[in-house]
Design a protein around this ligand. Structure first.
Ligand code: FAD
Length: 167
């Protein structure tokens, strides 16, 4: 099996849209890496994030807006020989994106961002009360510096038996 880069924007969008969760990596105020799981929205080439307007994460981002966001699809276990550990692979697609976090203060843009977050889970439409929108911290990162890869892609040269078995 092999690892290949993914360049097709449709496939990249599919990876992101298939995820409920991303992982946001930041630099904390002591200069140490800090990674947390986050829900997200994906709109017009930006990843939108939301959360409390206080805490270690926000303190870190206000101190240093550099960030890294990763996505990973659901994974599938594959193996060449069930008894050989080294023949096991976990197949999946992932994205590693880096950029700068920008905080959103405009009320209507915050609502758009919240809608993009909800759209990741449901087609239902929502309204939001004004204090909730004002109090929530919304921030985004442009998705323009990233790599996407597929791991464990079928490779006939390495595992010709897989073709025989239709794996
Ligand atoms: C499935 C899932 C989805 C989530 N979605 C969101 C989201 O959309 N928005 C959002 O703001 N948060 C989300 N969270 C929570 C998020 O991961 C952080 O916990 C949260 O943002 C608070 O971070 P903080 O640094 O401000 O917390 P603080 O309370 O300031 O952190 C204090 C300490 O708690 C520890 N800590 C913080 N978060 C975690 C964690 N997730 N797991 C283990 N230890 C932790 C750290 O060691 C930290 O030093 C989600 C968590 C999960 C599991």
């Amino acid at each position: 099996m092999k690892t290949v880069f993914i360049e097709d924007q449709k496939e990249i969008d599919e990876i992101i849209n298939s995820c409920d969760l991303c992982h946001l990596g930041v630099i904390d105020i002591e200069g140490r890496p800090y990674v947390v799981p986050m829900n997200f929205g994906y709109l017009d080439g930006y990843i939108y994030l939301h959360g409390a307007n206080f805490g270690k994460l926000i303190d870190s981002l206000k101190n240093n807006p550099d960030a890294c966001i990763t996505f990973c699809t659901d994974t599938v276990l594959a193996y060449q020989n069930v008894e050989v550990a080294c023949s096991y692979r976990v197949k999946g697609k992932s994205i590693v994106a880096r950029g700068t976090i920008e905080f959103i203060n405009d009320y209507d843009k915050k609502v758009d961002a919240l809608n993009s977050l909800m759209a990741q889970f449901t087609d239902r439409k929502f309204t939001y009360n004004s204090p909730a929108v004002k109090n929530v911290e919304i921030y985004r990162m442009k998705l323009d510096d990233f790599t996407a890869k597929e791991f464990g892609k079928y490779n006939e040269q390495t595992f010709p038996w897989m073709k025989r078995h239709g794996r």
